[in-house]
Design a protein around this ligand. Structure first.
Ligand code: XUL
Length: 523
């Protein structure tokens, strides 16, 4: 019975999801929460180390430790890992891992008499990895854009303007601020290719899905762009593994995992991708025009496109799909669950109390509005600072509804550039468990919202990538048909409320524009 493992190395946790292609079902789903296991040792909160001034990093060694814990947990829960024919994965997109010259030998020489932690602790030229929440590279973004001939030129070349959270600007900042550490860096991996390298016991290529979140890949050829690499840092072309087809196996799993956890020697390791491209296929968006919403640490809205279509405002992103044929349009809001949790905590609510308030308050919030920038926001690109209109800070109910309406409206107005007529939204992420939140999104977008069985779409997409890499004759549509059906719970829009939201949306646009004119970095 072939089974496939999808791993998701995300911001706050390491998840493993196993699918069985004969049974056509998800047979296991386990997660290791970073704070729960590592908060004290690594000094992290919500999975990350916030160093101030927009500098937010993760710990590659902690990800390695949690991989090991996860495999133990999967075994303890009764999973027989010898059934796994192939493994692939998803990594929080954009993060960069810096390895020194000892990495190749250390990965290859892993032995089971000590832990991954002990054997891999010395392979880094930088202990921490800047991740997507890092907003400290504004200067580097502008420098890279200028060096390739301007913002429009970078957009045309890579599908994206320079974003602070993207890998290229992170690399440039390291190159500028820590030249000595940069000089001893032999390889720069993405979170995805780093985790794949640990499993394969050798440096694994980047896939085009994650490569397109770097500001370094030519979006049309799906190869690194020499021009973008030169604009970013000296000698960068030699530090980055090539881009490989997403379904081309990188090799077999290293014997460490065979001996220690019971995988077989011929279990394949496929290149990992970014969490967004993995979520695209995990939610079954393998055909153009389909759209989905992920309510996670950040909220993202994305769709599948035939050709790369760019956001001229530079607020959206374009990635390659893991099918290596289509493209993914995405907008990412930094203030996803971070904002929902900030409101919940500020008013000392639990999720039940929060949900009851949403249920009992009126759509449109009687004109009370919030711009929920609890942290710096990506879309629109503004610094941190919550702004309220007609809404007192001590108005608990008003603030709860305001944060959710703001998120839904923002996802609506900032997705127009995709040119996709959104007729339904497939929804995932922790926030998708909450029906009252989904009702607001259904009413604002005026379309049904389909809930999926797994809230781990990225891990599911990774498992589907593993299937495709092993059973190469299967089409993406047939794989998606088997595993990506809504769980049956669909939230339909309430048409009169949708009409009401027209005015609310117009008022929100005005409120947001006024604020952006006053404070934004780039407007
Ligand atoms: C998307 C983005 C986030 C991260 C979350 O561009 O930065 O969605 O991928 O892990």
């Amino acid at each position: 019975m072939p089974q496939y493992l999808g791993l998701d190395a995300s911001t706050q946790s390491m998840t493993g999801l196993i699918v069985d292609t004969d049974a056509r079902e998800i047979v296991a789903e386990e997660s290791i929460n970073f704070d729960e296991h590592f908060a004290a040792r690594y000094g992290i909160e919500n999975g990350v180390l916030d160093q101030g001034d927009g500098v937010v990093h993760g710990f590659p060694l902690m990800w390695i430790e949690s991989l090991e814990l996860l495999l133990v947990r999967l075994r303890e829960s009764g999973q027989d890992l010898s059934k796994i024919a192939a493994v692939s994965g998803s990594g929080q997109q954009h993060g960069t891992v810096y390895l020194n010259g000892s990495a190749t030998a250390a990965l290859e020489g892993l032995e089971t008499d000590s832990s991954l932690f002990d054997q891999l602790a010395g392979i880094f030229s930088r202990d921490t990895a800047p991740i997507w929440m890092d907003s400290s590279t504004n200067r580097q973004c502008r420098e890279i854009e200028e060096a390739v001939g301007g913002q429009a030129a970078l957009l045309e070349l890579t599908g994206n303007t320079a974003f602070e959270r993207f890998s290229g600007p992170q690399i440039r900042r390291f190159f500028q601020d820590e030249p000595e550490a940069y000089a001893v860096t032999a390889t720069i991996s993405l979170v995805s290719s780093f985790m794949a390298s640990v499993l394969a016991g050798k440096l694994v290529c980047v896939d085009a899905g994650d490569g397109s979140g770097t500001n370094l890949m030519d979006i049309r050829t799906r190869n690194w762009s020499a021009v973008a690499q030169q604009a970013t840092a000296t000698g960068l072309a030699d530090l980055m593994a090539p881009i490989a087809p997403s379904a081309e196996p990188a090799g077999s799993i290293h014997s460490y995992f065979v001996k220690k956890y019971g995988f077989t020697n011929d279990c394949l390791v496929l290149p990992f991708s970014g969490d967004n491209p993995c979520s695209l296929i995990g939610l079954g968006l393998v055909n153009p025009g389909q759209a989905a919403l992920s309510l996670g640490t950040s909220d993202t809205l994305f769709s599948c496109m035939v050709k790369p279509r760019f956001s001229s405002e530079g607020e959206g992103c374009v990635f390659s799909s893991p099918d290596d044929i289509h493209y993914m349009a995405l907008i990412c809001f930094m203030n996803g669950s971070l904002a929902r949790e900030a409101v919940r905590d500020q008013y000392k609510l639990d999720w039940q109390g929060f949900t009851e308030i949403l249920h009992t308050t009126q759509a449109g919030n009687k004109g009370r509005m919030m711009l929920p920038y609890f942290g710096p926001e990506i879309v629109p690109n503004v610094p941190a600072g919550v702004v309220r209109k007609g809404l007192a800070e001590d108005d608990v109910a008003g603030n709860v509804r305001a944060v959710i309406e703001a998120q839904a409206i923002s996802s609506y107005i900032h997705s127009r550039w995709m040119g996709v007529d959104i007729t339904s939204l497939n929804v995932t992420g922790g926030g998708s468990a909450n029906e009252e939140i989904l009702k607001v999104f259904a009413n604002v977008h005026g379309c049904p919202v389909h809930r999926f069985e797994t809230t781990n779409a990225a891990a599911l997409g990774a498992a589907l990538k593993a299937i495709k890499g092993h059973q190469t004759n299967l089409s993406w549509s047939s794989i998606a048909d088997s595993f990506c059906q809504p769980s049956g719970s669909t939230i339909h829009p309430d048409q009169p409320l949708r009409a009401l939201y027209d005015d609310v949306i117009a008022a929100y646009v005005e409120f947001e524009c006024d604020h952006c004119r006053q404070v934004s970095f780039s407007h």
